[in-house]
Ligand binder design. Structure first.
Ligand SMILES: Cc1ncc(COP(=O)(O)O)c(C=O)c1O
Length: 363
């Protein structure tokens, strides 16, 4: 699929989800997830996240189930596995389909079993800033033959992206390689805006998606050129994972005595049997938003994913049927969370700079 969101939409349709159905998902997510649900005509029903963590709270799922509920989508946020055994049990007891949204979690495991193999199906993303990236890219996996057949049938009916869309996607890494070293200067920022205005690089989320509506070109197959890039990236997965883990260890070591709340399953205090994909290293602090601003002023780009309960911030929650106040923990997490980069371009020196900055912030 061209994107993870296309994969989710096609999967929900193949599962027979339609108007009148309800689909459970966590708050503290990206709007493309409720969008995929809404495009089928079904209603997204939000469940709050765990007290300490960024994934759906299994204890709150049952209260959200109604006779209309058909599917539970779980998300392994930032690469940290959700409480999969408890969630599987709830889905079994209530005859619900379970989708694992593995957009963040390629290579994560629970008790030695890869995430994405616990539910009825999983979706994956190879978009920008994901574990592996081909600028755009998505995939569905399932071990259910009947479902696989339905997915294949609908996949054959959907179009490929246009030549221009593929060109844009291929230009993205090249243009970014040029802009990135200059990004903290006005020239760098200007070049980025110009490239976007000239449509040389694609937007991550389209304006129409931010209004809860379906772009006319959605969904699409994945182009061969991008699939080639993704396969090439896949070969590097092991090396990328080791790198991310090493940096996560480093952040954990350096920050453990500072007044930041570290993830429960950081490598130092790892939950038994869990192995994060470490897409980001999340940490919480009551002043996260002002810390993010201060970082930007110093030319440091710490992760600002999910600074609102449904990201990105320039969206209207009502367009995604989210009721403000309904998931207070997710809303709190959105304003209190920083998530530090672990990607392959983060060198030990860059990690030191981030740590030093965070140390200064707490005086
Ligand atoms: C939790 C989650 N699920 C799904 C997606 C969809 O991925 P894509 O950008 O490939 O459509 C994203 C995108 O960032 C995401 O954050």
């Amino acid at each position: 699929m061209q994107r993870g969101r296309d994969a989710l939409y096609v999967l929900l349709q193949a599962m027979g989800i339609e108007k009148g159905d309800e689909v459970i998902l966590q708050a503290y997510t990206c709007i493309v997830v409720p969008n995929a649900i809404q495009y089928t005509g079904a209603k997204p029903v939000y469940v709050d996240i765990e007290k300490k963590g960024f994934n759906i709270d299994p204890d709150l799922i049952e209260a959200a189930i109604t006779p209309k509920t058909k599917v539970v989508i779980i998300q392994h946020t930032f690469g940290n596995p959700a409480k999969i055994a408890e969630i599987q049990k709830i889905c079994q007891e209530n005859s619900l389909l379970l989708i694992e949204d593995c957009a963040h979690s390629l290579s994560a495991e629970v008790n030695g079993q890869k995430v994405g193999t616990f539910g009825h199906a999983a979706i994956w993303s190879f978009g920008r800033d994901k574990i592996i990236s081909s600028t755009w890219g998505g995939m569905i996996t399932t071990d259910n033959d009947l479902l696989a057949k339905k997915i294949e049938e609908s996949y054959e009916q959907i179009p490929f992206p246009s030549f221009f869309q593929v060109f844009q996607a291929l230009m993205h890494p090249l243009i970014f390689a040029i802009i990135k070293p200059m990004y903290s200067s006005k020239i760098g920022k200007g070049l980025l805006v110009l490239s976007q205005k000239l449509k040389l690089i694609p937007r991550v989320i389209f304006r129409i998606e931010k209004m809860g509506q379906k772009p006319h070109f959605f969904p699409q197959q994945m182009s061969n050129a991008l699939a080639h890039l993704a396969l090439n990236q896949l070969k590097k997965l092991g090396r990328f994972h080791q790198h991310r883990k090493k940096l996560a260890m480093r952040y954990g070591e350096e920050l453990k005595d500072m007044p930041y709340e570290l993830p429960l399953n950081n490598p130092l205090a790892s939950l038994k049997g869990e192995n994060s994909a470490h897409l980001r290293f999340p940490l919480r602090h009551p002043n996260a938003q002002s810390i993010l601003q201060a970082a930007k002023q110093q030319g440091l780009y710490l992760g600002d994913w999910y600074t609102t309960v449904l990201a990105p911030a320039d969206c209207q929650l009502k367009d995604f049927q989210y009721k403000p106040g309904s998931c207070p923990r997710a809303e709190q997490a959105a304003v209190e969370t920083l998530n530090l980069p672990t990607h392959i371009q983060m060198t030990p020196a860059k990690v030191e700079r981030v740590v030093e900055f965070l140390r200064q912030q707490i005086g």
